[in-house]
Design a protein around this ligand. Sequence first.
Ligand SMILES: [Zn+2]
Length: 134
Amino acid sequence: MYGVITCPRCRTVQGADLSHSRISCVRCHHKIDVVRAVVHFSTDSPQELADAVRRFSDQKRGQEIPFPAPRGATVIKGSVESIVTDLGRRKGEFGLRDLATRLEVDGEELEKLVARLLASGLMYETGPGTYRLV
Ligand SMILES: [Zn+2]
């Protein structure tokens, strides 16, 4: 799985192989913690990744180019809860990446979903980007 991330130091948008826990920033060589980085977009296709990096870079320069709707946009609330419950029962502690994969959402949509799940009392945060069922 590949993802579009932003370097926390120099803010350069870049593609990353999400199977690595750390990568070096293409511009400033800062060691980016991939596990904690916000993934704006993720895909299995290197071609789609390249397109997404370009779109996201353009967007940061002030152009409004909308991303395609997240695949999970149609996931209804009930099934989100059952997916998260299932994930929590299987893994105990789970991370943002697990949620992104299981719910098929990323970026802002994922952040909103996590905020809703935390607010609903279904799960709680055990550390930065890690969660457990209540
Ligand atoms: Zn950097």
